[in-house]
Write a protein that binds this ligand. Structure first.
Ligand code: ADP
Ligand code: MG
Length: 235
């Protein structure tokens, strides 16, 4: 593994079900993400994109295979250590924002920082900067329900990077938005990732957005393979 590799998946297998109805979703899947690299994961529904992201994000244990994050092998870790690695090393963005409804946009971005032990003042300062960067400072005091879909996703993205993770994992982050808003939100995400030097793996069905990443991969027969976004679409 190169010293610049921030995330490595080796020989990942993922089965669901039991007995005669075992469904093998991933089979000897390998994937490496370098520091500062942006990769789009483009594959049809049901091929295992979310499964792969959940395994990479230490949200799910694979049936077999190894996950290495920031040079640290995660397989042997207990739940507490996995939680610590996830909090410090991973930022996750979902298709639906998953913001806490009773808190404001600013507070939602402060939350992971407070959990990580920053003071209120420090967390507020960074949350304000991120809101500013995402061009939604004027919405900081609003709750998620008062925000548009695009604004909610921009807050979710800001929250995901609030603790300066090693890796940003995004599961169809613009999949629920109209094309124009999707493009705007994706641009904001891209600018933030590039500016902060974050490594990112982003599942998307949008080829135009995928093309803007450094590299594209897809899932074929349970394996992660490089994919040329200029070629015939896989979906
Ligand atoms: P994608 O994100 O590419 O649409 P998923 O990773 O969500 O695909 O799912 C891949 C396949 O695994 C699907 O057939 C799905 O039904 C199945 N699957 C996902 N999670 C589970 C689970 N917890 N139990 C059983 N089957 C699952
Ligand atoms: Mg999915």
């Amino acid at each position: 593994m190169s010293s610049k590799t921030v995330l490595q998946l080796s020989g990942i297998k993922q089965d669901y079900g039991q007995g005669e109805t075992v469904l093998t979703i991933l089979k000897n899947a390998n994937f490496s993400l370098m520091a500062g690299e942006t990769v789009a994961l483009v594959a049809p529904s049901g091929t295992g994109k979310s499964t792969l992201l959940h395994i990479a994000g230490l949200l799910e244990h694979p049936t077999d295979g190894e996950v290495t994050l920031g040079g640290e092998a995660c397989n042997g870790l207990g739940d507490d250590q996995r939680t610590r690695m996830r909090r410090n090393g991973i930022g996750f963005v979902y298709q639906f924002h998953h913001l806490l409804p009773e808190f404001t946009a600013l507070e939602n971005i402060m939350m992971p920082q407070l959990i990580a032990g920053l003071t209120m003042a420090e967390a507020r300062e960074r949350a304000s900067q991120l809101l500013d960067y995402m061009r939604i400072s004027h919405r900081g005091e609003h709750r998620p329900a008062e925000l548009s879909g695009g604004e909610q996703q921009r807050v979710a993205i800001a929250r995901a990077v609030a603790n300066a993770p090693l890796v940003l994992l995004a599961d169809e982050p613009t999949g629920n938005l109209d094309p124009e808003t999707a493009s705007y939100v994706f641009s904001a995400l891209e600018a933030l990732v590039r500016q902060s030097g974050l490594a990112a793996l982003i599942a998307t069905h949008n080829h135009d957005l995928a093309r803007r990443m450094d590299r594209c991969v897809t899932i074929i027969d349970g394996k992660v393979v490089d994919y040329d976004p200029g070629a015939r679409p896989v979906i």
